[in-house]
Design a protein around this ligand. Structure first.
Ligand SMILES: [Zn+2]
Length: 60
């Protein structure tokens, strides 16, 4: 899984706006050199905790 910086996730969120997203691809959020443990949708920039990530992944 690729890593994505917190700043990049925020930028993705701004660019994507309120459009619906099926979260097709995820990266691991990292701040500077440290992973935060959260996941980021690479399309819309949504940040998800590990629990929320599992829920989203299990929605068909
Ligand atoms: Zn998404």
């Amino acid at each position: 899984m690729i890593k994505i910086q917190t700043e990049d996730a925020k930028r993705l969120q701004k660019e994507w706006g309120d459009k619906p997203c099926h979260h097709p691809a995820w990266g691991k959020e990292c701040y500077l050199a440290t992973t935060t443990g959260d996941y980021v949708c690479l399309q819309c920039g949504l940040t998800a905790s590990p629990d929320y990530y599992e829920i989203l992944r299990n929605i068909p």
